[in-house]
Design a protein around this ligand. Structure first.
Ligand SMILES: [Fe+2]
Length: 349
């Protein structure tokens, strides 16, 4: 007979229940999707006894509606269902930004290899066979829910970083919508020079996060009007190291950190923080720097008017002949801007 008290089998097995891991207000929610009422009831009873809040849906369409309404922490999904089968439900969930992190456990018949392969292809996270082994169900659900919460924390950590970056931008009257423009131009120029998707993403994130280290620069320096003393310049230059330290602990920031650390290096070694020369400077940092400078030149700042694209390209060319930028990359960027200007001219004409 089933033990539905939620204590004996689990405590004997040494597996802790959801009650022991999560607080009451934070009770994980599980959605059980199965067209057989008896199966739903069995899974529901086992999971409720483990301390989870359980929702049930009897088909794929109802399941999708419930997912958006109740935001479950895990879905137990039957494969064979009328109208929309489990694979299709899973594909919908994994394609959607808001539901892709919810683990999906397919319920298949024992040794149904074909369903398992299709389940993997649809993006499923795990499999369980009917009839349920109670301890296996508890262990898998617990570990997947825990993993999902960790993933969410990671997503939230990224959100926090982007919020800090925005706060810094609004604190600095010099910048306006600088970051938004860098993100847009990073995407466009990245595609133009055929960077990979991951590189383009890093370039775009760099647009938001490159100056996040300014959070550690005192107002007296950051907001100073007029030129810096050598000491103030040195303090301001620290923003690249502070930014690196903020973002480094996050695995998803790995490709962005070189942009943050090295976006003020110069091709001839006269930049900071390390004075790297030529291709010692990470490539994405070189790409980002040109976009950053171009946007600064073509935007109005309290101390200067906005230069026209032609003027900005001239200044960048002059800096390149002085040895500050990668000539090949500057040539590509110049062509990219000129191609855009021609498109703009045609659109206006
Ligand atoms: Fe910077």
């Amino acid at each position: 007979m089933l033990d539905l008290t939620g204590t004996s089998a689990l405590s004997r097995s040494g597996i802790s229940s959801a009650n022991q891991i999560f607080s009451d207000s934070d009770r994980p929610k599980i959605l059980v999707v199965d067209d057989h009422p008896a199966s739903r009831m069995t899974a529901g009873a086992l999971l409720s006894a483990d301390g989870y809040e359980v929702f049930e849906a009897e088909n794929g369409i109802e399941a999708l509606a419930l997912v958006f309404e109740s935001q479950p922490d895990l879905i137990l999904l039957d494969v064979m269902m009328p109208e929309m089968d489990g694979f299709e439900v899973c594909r919908h969930l994994k394609e959607n930004e808001h539901t892709r992190l919810i683990p999906v456990v397919f319920i298949t018949a024992l040794n149904d290899r074909r369903s398992r392969l299709m389940g993997i292809e649809a993006g499923g996270d795990d499999f369980l066979s009917k009839p349920f082994d109670r301890l296996e169900l508890s262990a898998r659900v617990k570990s997947l829910v825990r993993q999902k919460r960790l993933n969410e924390d990671l997503d939230h950590a990224e959100q926090v970083l982007f919020s800090i970056a925005r706060a810094i931008e609004s604190r600095d009257p010099n910048t306006g919508d600088h970051c938004e423009r860098l993100v847009a131009m990073g995407k466009a120029f990245g595609e133009y020079i055929q960077l990979s998707r991951a590189e383009i993403r890093n370039l775009m994130w760099g647009g938001y996060l490159h100056d996040i280290g300014k959070v550690g620069i005192p107002d007296g320096v950051l907001l100073k009007k007029g030129s810096f003393t050598p000491e103030e310049r040195e303090i301001m230059n620290r923003h690249v190291i502070i930014g690196e330290n903020i973002c480094k602990p996050l695995r998803t920031m790995r490709g962005v950190v070189p942009i943050i650390r090295y976006h003020h290096e110069r091709w001839d070694g006269s930049g900071y923080p390390e004075g790297l020369v030529g291709d010692e400077i990470p490539y994405l940092a070189q790409v980002f720097q040109i976009i950053d400078i171009y946007d600064a030149l073509t935007s109005e700042r309290p101390y200067k008017r906005a230069f026209t694209p032609e003027e900005a390209l001239e200044i960048i060319a002059e800096e390149t002949s002085r040895g500050w930028r990668n000539p090949k990359l500057v040539e590509q960027f110049t062509n990219f801007i000129k191609a855009g200007m021609m498109v703009g001219d045609r659109a206006q004409g």
